[in-house]
Design a protein around this ligand. Structure first.
Ligand code: NAD
Length: 279
């Protein structure tokens, strides 16, 4: 343990499995106190029970369905009463799509994917900003490469994850002028070995799924949840700040991160030269 998150209070959604579980474990090793939440209380509590002996009271489980706003209010209140004010929110909970064409996608399926992946992230961002205003903090939203490019059979999932990216940018810009600032970033994993990709492989068939991974992933293999956990911890650190001067006399702090967060302000973007080349 290097204590990168020493004394930080974290709320993480979708903690029971995959990327969420790996991130909870790493954050505990880095000294954080974690309210691990998930819609699945059996797996969530089992994870917490397995990590608790080494965590000296720094972890607790709470059932949280991210699509339900009253449950967010309850979760933030519970976290504050139990551990103190929120420093880092990780909006990780997500559901995979059914892998059907848009023509086959029911409105019910569209709303299911949107409600967890996009509504749930919006609610987390909203309530975290309320909790962090005046104190600062960090919000890390888990999007996907599917939120950066269109993919077949992902007609609900890709738009939901693209929405997470733009939600992240809006939040980052709104929060950059707060003092202290709240830093808001997004992570866009490729294919990572978790239950989610396991279910995709089951639906497509192992051979077709492996072909898809070989064709779309430059390293031609599934990534590890532990690698994504490292990126999430990095973005949760107070040290991750970039300062931009936006206009004379007014200073804004905008976070930048790989594939997410705020874009540099217009004044900082490369301007085309007379020949039309970017400088
Ligand atoms: N695995 C990948 O290849 C991959 C790639 C890109 C992005 N992602 C994203 O990473 C995040 C984590 O995915 P994962 O692969 O670890 O999946 P996973 O299925 O292993 O874990 C997702 C967790 O979210 C929980 N969850 C589902 N609905 C919920 C709800 N309404 N409220 C609270 N919790 C809920 C599940 O119970 C589960 O524990 C998701 O947002 C996913 O879209 C995953």
């Amino acid at each position: 343990m290097t204590g990168r998150l020493q004394d930080k209070v974290v709320l993480l959604t979708g903690a029971a499995s995959g990327i969420g579980a790996a991130t909870v474990a790493l954050m505990l090793r880095e000294g954080a106190t974690v309210l691990a939440t998930d819609i699945d209380p059996v797996r969530g509590q089992a994870l917490v029970d397995s990590l608790a002996p080494a965590a000296s009271g720094r972890i607790e489980f709470l059932r949280l369905d991210v699509a339900q706003e009253p449950q967010w209010e309850h979760a933030i209140a519970r976290l504050t009463a139990r551990f103190g004010p929120l420093d880092v929110l990780v909006n990780n909970a997500g559901v995979a799509p059914q892998l059907v064409t848009l023509a086959q996608t029911s409105l019910e399926e569209w709303r299911r994917v949107m409600s967890v992946n996009l509504d749930g992230t919006f609610l987390g961002v909203k309530h975290a900003i309320r909790a962090m205003t005046g104190r600062g903090g960090a919000i890390v939203n888990i999007s996907s490469v599917a939120g950066l490019v269109g993919m077949p059979l992902n007609g609900a999932y890709s738009p939901a994850k693209a929405g997470v990216l733009l939600l992240t940018k809006c939040a980052a810009l709104e929060c950059s002028h707060l003092e202290p600032p709240i830093r808001v970033n997004a992570v866009h994993p490729g294919y990572i070995r978790t239950d989610m990709t396991g279910s995709i492989a089951d639906t497509l068939g192992a051979e077709r799924f492996e072909r898809r991974v070989r064709q779309t992933v430059p390293l031609k293999k599934l990534g590890d949840a532990a690698d994504i956990a490292e990126a999430i911890v990095f973005l949760g650190l107070r040290a991750v700040q970039v300062h931009h001067r936006v206009e004379p006399g007014r200073r804004r702090r905008l976070d930048r991160a790989v594939g997410g967060g705020a874009q540099p302000a217009a004044a900082n973007r490369p301007r085309p030269s007379r020949s039309g080349q970017k400088r």
